[in-house]
Design a protein around this ligand. Structure first.
Ligand code: T6T
Length: 342
């Protein structure tokens, strides 16, 4: 996988960016209420004339990360010319909502499923059932405690991303102090790993006190509430690491409500437009943008390789772009902002 570096830039909240790389790709898009399908108009990528049917099951619908991943998936399908894609996702990041979608997609007999599992354990049985039915499975973004049988696992290096978030906090608050994590919920591989990476780095630095993690059930409204409560309980908090898009949006609201905008720093994961607005307004100081579009393109390539007997890559890591107000206008930062539609 690739990793990045957070390099200090001149002036205030400057954490400039980045760039290590070590692996390969990422994903996205819709709800049980939402689904879409795209079909290539030619057989440009086909040698046999066969058309391949892929299904992409998002971690949750309406999340810019998965929307962007879906754009990559659809673009790659179109490029190959002999691939159709159906996109669906649960209304919440919840295996009890996602599992029935996995089951109904399996019943529809696609050639491959690209999926961001909602829980490391609870998502395994229906995914194993899909594999047993002969469907190729590519794990995008999140993974399982037991990923055996999957063609490929494609994601950011999330533990490293958590450590990078702490490096950004150190640059923002060199004197140290209390730090908090606002996270989604236990059992999501990606955000658990980000939290562990951040906590380990914070605990290893004697200038900082790690005050723990608050969970928001992947909702911005709860993230705002737990942030406000945590700031009231621990007025010494100097920075918050928000482990994903909704956590960052909500933490920014909580800090605003506490009247501490800009005083308590936020380093957040992801880069959807509302997070960029918070960065411009000075509520959020740094964003660790993932590469969901690339996860999507790589996932299609892995699925098609598996279906055509070509070599596959068991683990692919995709890069981060660390966005700050100082580098927001750069081409790299602009290209890293997530899409709200394709
Ligand atoms: O951070 C991404 C994704 O990587 C994570 O697994 C869940 O949350 C997001 O989709 C952003 O909301």
């Amino acid at each position: 996988m690739k990793r990045f570096l957070v390099a200090p830039t001149a002036g205030a909240a400057a954490v400039t960016l980045l760039a290590l790389t070590v692996g390969c790709s990422s994903s996205s898009s819709s709800s049980s209420a939402t689904s879409g399908s795209t079909t290539a108009g030619s057989t440009a990528g086909s040698t046999s004339g066969k058309t391949y049917k892929l299904s992409f099951i998002q971690g949750v619908a309406g999340d810019g990360f998965y929307v962007t991943m879906g754009c990559g998936i659809q673009a790659e399908a179109k490029k190959l010319g002999n691939v159709t894609v159906n996109i669906q996702g649960p209304a919440q990041f919840d295996p009890t909502l996602q599992n029935p979608i996995i089951e109904s997609v399996t019943a529809s007999k696609p050639d491959a499923i690209l999926i961001a599992p909602d829980d490391v354990s609870a998502s395994r049985p229906p995914i194993a059932q899909a594999m047993s039915a002969g469907i190729k499975v590519v794990l995008v973004d999140t993974t399982l405690s037991d990923p055996s049988g999957a063609v490929s696992q494609i994601s950011s290096d999330n533990t490293a991303g958590g450590a990078d978030a702490f490096a950004a906090v150190k640059q923002l608050v060199p004197a140290g102090g209390q730090v908090l994590v606002v996270n989604t919920k236990p059992g999501i591989s990606t955000t658990d790993e980000r939290t562990s990476g951040f906590a380990a780095a914070a605990k290893a630095d004697s200038k900082f006190t790690y005050v723990g993690v608050q969970y928001d059930n992947d909702t911005a409204s709860l993230a705002a509430q737990v942030t406000l409560a945590a700031l009231q309980k621990n007025p010494g908090i100097v920075a918050i690491f928000a482990t994903n898009l909704f956590s960052a949006e909500g933490a920014a609201t909580g800090i605003r409500q506490a009247g501490k905008s800009g005083k308590v720093k936020i380093v957040g994961f992801d880069a959807e437009p509302d997070e960029i607005t918070a960065l411009q307004q000075g509520t959020v100081q740094a964003l660790i943008a993932q590469s969901p579009y690339t996860i999507g393109t790589d996932a299609v390539d892995q699925a098609i390789a598996a279906l055509t007997g070509k070599p596959t890559t068991p683990k692919i890591g995709t890069k981060f772009t660390i966005i700050t107000s100082a580098n927001l206008s750069s081409a790299a930062s602009q290209a890293a902002i997530y899409k709200t539609s394709c």
